[in-house]
Design a protein around this ligand. Structure first.
Ligand SMILES: Nc1ncnc2c1ncn2[C@@H]1O[C@H](COP(=O)(O)OP(=O)(O)OP(=O)(O)O)[C@@H](O)[C@H]1O
Length: 271
């Protein structure tokens, strides 16, 4: 992998009381690529995501984003700097329309404070609003959700709701998009659609992707780089092919129920 890292996690440790969720975790996320974090249940994936997005404060280690330390930077400021995320359980306003939910994404860039407000009053503000509306339209078009733009989110299928969540995250104009189990609970067709959108977000929008996902087929198909966690530690990282053939990874998945999928993939790759 030659691209320079946009995100660098160095020696991060996090404990909840006596439970060590993350132990000395280090890895980097190359810019413009798709990086997946995988690992059996309880491996620490969600804890890692919450630490990177600023919801948890690690006891040790540091995280750098776009060359700057995130130490002491709170979650909303991380989002405003271009670190957007979606959640394992959909976090949309179900009673609001698709368009209104997407508009909420722009709040990460809203100016606050009297001076900022004064500065932004007038022409600059008008241009900013026009630009935002244009971006929202591009996102709606790109994710093929034109037909449901005025539908209430609560009435939509699960797959479409996940797509709206992706749209809202894109409306934040992120540099890195963190997707927490983007295809969990989806059927095959919805999964394939979402995988295609994620690839397009990378290729057409140039957004770096960091995702946690249990669907091995999807991870191995679209990721450029895979990081494997087990018991809060990084046990392997590399290309999908490198990781699939790694003994420690296969051992970690033994007994987890996911090993069948991994074994099938390895067999298919070898054939
Ligand atoms: N808020 C919390 N309080 C106490 N312990 C926690 C908390 N969150 C996570 N843990 C513990 O930290 C460890 C890592 O959990 P985490 O949820 O990060 O794993 P995960 O890889 O995301 O699992 P899954 O794939 O099941 O979502 C587990 O032992 C878990 O029980």
């Amino acid at each position: 992998m030659t691209a320079s890292p946009i995100l660098e996690v160095s020696g991060v440790s996090l404990a909840f009381g006596g439970v060590r969720a993350l132990s000395d975790v280090s890895f980097s996320v190359p810019e413009g690529a798709i990086t997946a974090v995988i690992g059996p249940n309880g491996a620490g994936k969600t804890s890692l995501f919450n630490t990177i997005s600023g919801f948890y404060r690690p006891q040790a280690g540091s995280i750098r984003f776009a060359g700057t330390s995130l130490d002491g930077v709170r979650a909303p400021q991380r989002a405003a700097r271009g670190l957007a995320r979606t959640f394992q359980n959909i976090a949309l306003f179900r009673g609001m329309t698709v368009l209104d939910n997407i508009k909420l994404g722009r709040h990460a860039h809203m100016r606050t404070g009297v001076l900022d407000a004064l500065f932004y009053w007038g022409r600059a503000q008008k241009e900013e609003l026009e630009l935002r509306a244009e971006i929202e339209e591009r996102i709606i078009d790109f994710l093929e959700i034109q037909h449901i733009r005025n539908a209430s989110v609560g009435t939509l299928s699960y797959g479409l709701q996940k797509r709206v969540e992706l749209a809202r995250a894109l409306a934040m104009r992120p540099r890195i998009l963190m997707l927490d189990e983007p295809v969990a609970g989806m059927n095959r067709e919805e999964t394939e659609d979402m995988a295609r959108f994620i690839l397009d977000v990378k290729e057409e929008w140039g957004v770096t992707i960091l995702m946690v996902e249990h669907d091995m087929g999807m991870v191995m198909d679209i990721s450029d780089h895979v990081v494997v966690l087990n018991f809060g530690q990084v046990i392997a990282s590399g290309t999908p092919r490198e990781v699939q053939g790694n003994d420690a990874v296969i051992a970690a998945y033994l007994g987890s129920g996911d090993v069948g999928a991994i074994a099938r993939r390895i067999k298919a790759e070898a054939a």
